[in-house]
Design a protein around this ligand. Sequence first.
Ligand code: ACO
Length: 428
Amino acid sequence: MENETLTVVDNRTGREYSLPIVDGAIRAPDLRQIAGPDGEGLVSFDPAYLNTASCRSAITYIDGDAGILRYRGYPIEQVAEQAGFLETAYLILEGELPTEDELQRWTDDVRRHTYVHTNIEEFMAGFRYDAHPMGMLLGAVGALSTFYPDAKHISDPENRYLQRVRLIAKLPTIAAFIFRHNRGLPYVLPRNDLGYIGNYVNMTFEIGGRHEPNPVLQRALEILFILHADHEQNCSTSAVRGVGSSHVDPFSAVSAGIAALYGPLHGGANEAVLNMLDVIGDVKNVPAFVEAVKDGSAGTRLMGFGHRVYKSYDPRATLIKQVADSVFAETGVDPKLKIALELERIALEDDYFVSRKLYPNVDFYSGLIYKAMGYPADYFTVLFALGRLPGWIAQWEEMLNDPEQKIARPRQLYTGSAERPYVPLDRR
Ligand code: ACO
C-alpha cells in the first residue's frame, strides 16, 4: 500500500514523527531524525537480528509459522522430489529453472573445474591426522583465494561466474580429500565421467580403484544437499554477506560462512545430535534425559530441536524422515534411531517443548542418515556445507548487485567507561 506510515510520539519532547513503511518495514536510518540520548539520532537495538531484515532477497521464501520453504518460488517438496542438485544450484543462482541446454552447459562447466592445484593436496597434508574436518574445510577454501587471485575482480559478472563454477566444482574434491586425510588414505582424483554426486562419493569411498555405487544412497545424499541448498539469512549466510560486503573475494567470504556453519548452534548441530544420542545410550533413559534438559541439569539443549524461524515442524525435517526410511532400508536400522524416535515422541508431547514451539529441525535426522552412509560425526557439517554452497554464492552475488548495500557495519550501545586519564604503568 502506498503512503503507509508509522506515527511515533516522543514522550520526552511531545514531538510526532512519521516513519514511512516500505515493503512492510520501517527503515532503521529513519529513526535518526528522533533525538537519541547522546545527542545523535536514535538507533535501533537488535543484537541477534531477532526482528531486523538485513537485506532484500528474491532467493528463498520461508513462512516459519506455516512450515513453508520455497526456492525461487518452488516448494521445497517439489524441488527435493524432482530436481537434481546442480539443477537446484542453477535455480538458486540464476533465479529460474534451467532449460536442458542451460543445464548441460552448467554441468559441463562444473565438470571442467573439479580438479584442484596439486599444492592444495600438499596444503591438506599439513593438517594433523585428527584435524577437525570443518577446520580443514574453512582453511582450504580460504587458501583457494591465493590460487585464484583473479577472484578479487568481483564487479565483473563473467569473473564471478568463473569463481562460482570453481567453488561448486572444487568443494566436493576438497571435502573428499578431508575425509581421506583423517583416515590416512591417499587422495582420489575427480572422475569426470561420473555425475556430481557420484564423483564426490567415489572420491570419498573408492579403495584400490574400486567403489560399488549405491544409487539409493547417492540419491538420498543428493536430496539432503538440495534440502540444505539455501535458507535465507541464517547465521552462515549472513556471515558470507557481511564479510562479502567488504568486497573481499568469494573464496574468503565463503570460508567465513563455513566458519559460522561450524558452530554447534548452526551446522554443527547434526554432530551434536549424534553425541547426544550417545550420551542417552538407551531408549529407557530418554524420559530422564528430557527432564534433565528441562531443568538444566543435562547442561545441554535438546540438539536438533528448535529453530529461530520455524515455529512449527521444519519442512526439511519431514522430508529428511522420508529419506531416512529409504536409506535405512538399504543399510539396516541404526539402534540410535530408536532413541531419536522416542526423544521426538516425548518432546512433541511435552508442554515445555510444545509451549516454546520446539520441533525437530533439519539436523535431527540428517546425522543418523550420514552415519548410515559411512560418514563420521565430525564430518557431517562438511556435507551440510556442500549442500549450502549454492545458497552462499547466490546470496553473495545478490548482495553485490544490490544498489542499497554498503559495507556491513552495525552500530553499538556503548557500555564502557566515560573518558578517564591514562595511568602510567608504575602508578597502577
Ligand atoms: N532444547 C531445549 N530448550 C530449547 C531449545 C532446545 N533445543 N531451543 C530453544 N529452547 C528454549 C530456550 O531455552 C528458551 O527457553 P526460555 O524461553 O525458557 O528461556 C526458548 O526455548 C527460546 O530459545 P531461544 O534460544 O531464544 O531461541 P533461538 O531462536 O534464539 O534459538 C536455536 C534457536 C539456536 C536453533 C535453538 O533452538 C537451539 O539452540 N537448538 C538446538 C541446536 C540446534 O538444533 N541447532 C540447529 C538449528 S537448525 C540449523 O542451523 C540448520
